[in-house]
Write a protein that binds this ligand. Structure first.
Ligand SMILES: NC(=O)c1ccc[n+]([C@@H]2O[C@H](COP(=O)([O-])OP(=O)(O)OC[C@H]3O[C@@H](n4cnc5c(N)ncnc54)[C@H](O)[C@@H]3O)[C@@H](O)[C@H]2O)c1
Length: 250
């Protein structure tokens, strides 16, 4: 039997999941979960259905929970099953199964609301420039952002009541093309350069989150975007040991 940590990944066929399957498979014994059939070995489950989640995390050391409805425009009807109910099903089952740690994919959208002007995101306006810190009060910009704060707090609750470890990564923006210049010349140029998370840094952030020994930790996961960055990485670097190697700087 392998002496590697057994790490599960929900939503393993998505954008982040594909990056992590490639980047973490040598170091960990990965167990993969998907909603639909894929061309690799995976356990199929709709995580919003508690009966489909029963028993699927038995034997895991750590679970990376990525599965979610991911669009900030998502309606309550889209977010409720996939982000709220599914996250409770996943955490309750992880606790029952004796999984030691859950790593939860949260988002920049838990704080983006600070940029809202007249009900619209205004991150491209230099006047709204600021550097967020992890302990700033939450300020979600969407039901999606609220659902991720629910997950962060649900994890905190289970840490208190069950002794499971829980690590939150507030992810910036990681893309299939891995290109921080992809939106240059558009209104989203500054937005992408502020939030950019390279695939290499994404893998490092999740690896550190799996390996760190702490009860509850919230960290940012962006590359080292000094020119346009909006998240203060100092605490994440210190507590997670995350040292991003890439940057959107020109
Ligand atoms: N990609 C980014 O830049 C980014 C930024 C911030 C946060 N995140 C978070 O990271 C995670 C992964 O994002 P992504 O970009 O890979 O998204 P994605 O849409 O590519 O993948 C999400 C996966 O979740 C699965 N899923 C959704 N509902 C499910 C359910 N009920 N049961 C089982 N599986 C279900 C989907 O099938 C899909 O495989 C998400 O939680 C997202 O909110 C991503």
């Amino acid at each position: 039997m392998s002496d590697k940590l057994r790490v599960g990944i929900t939503g393993s066929d998505g954008n982040v999941g594909t990056t992590l399957r490639a980047g973490l498979s040598e170091d960990f014994d990965l167990r993969l979960y998907t909603l639909d059939t894929v061309d690799y070995e995976s356990t199929l489950a709709d995580l919003s259905d508690a009966s489909q989640v029963e028993g699927i995390f038995d034997g895991l050391d750590c679970l990376i929970h990525l599965a979610a409805y991911i669009h900030a425009t998502g309606t309550w009807e889209q977010i409720l099953p996939n982000n709220i109910i599914a996250t409770q099903n996943v955490l309750a089952e992880a606790v029952r199964a004796g999984v030691k740690k859950v790593v939860f994919a949260s988002t920049n959208h838990t704080q983006h609301g600070f940029f809202m002007v007249g009900g619209k995101p205004n991150i491209t306006d230099p006047e709204t420039e600021r550097l967020f810190k992890l302990n700033d009060v939450p300020h979600p910009d969407s039901i999606y952002g609220v659902s991720k704060l629910f997950g962060e707090n649900l994890g905190r609750y289970y840490v208190t009541t069950s002794g499971i470890q829980f690590v939150v990564l507030k992810i910036g923006w990681t893309r299939e093309d891995d290109d921080c210049t992809a939106l240059d010349g558009t209104v989203h140029e500054r937005h992408l350069r502020a939030l950019y998370l390279s695939k290499r840094d994404c893998v490092q952030a999740f690896r550190k989150a799996v390996e760190v020994d702490t009860d509850y930790l919230v960290a940012y996961a962006t590359s080292d975007n000094r020119q346009y960055g909006i998240f203060d990485l100092e605490e994440s670097i210190e507590k997670l040991g995350f040292h991003p190697e890439d940057s959107s700087d020109r």
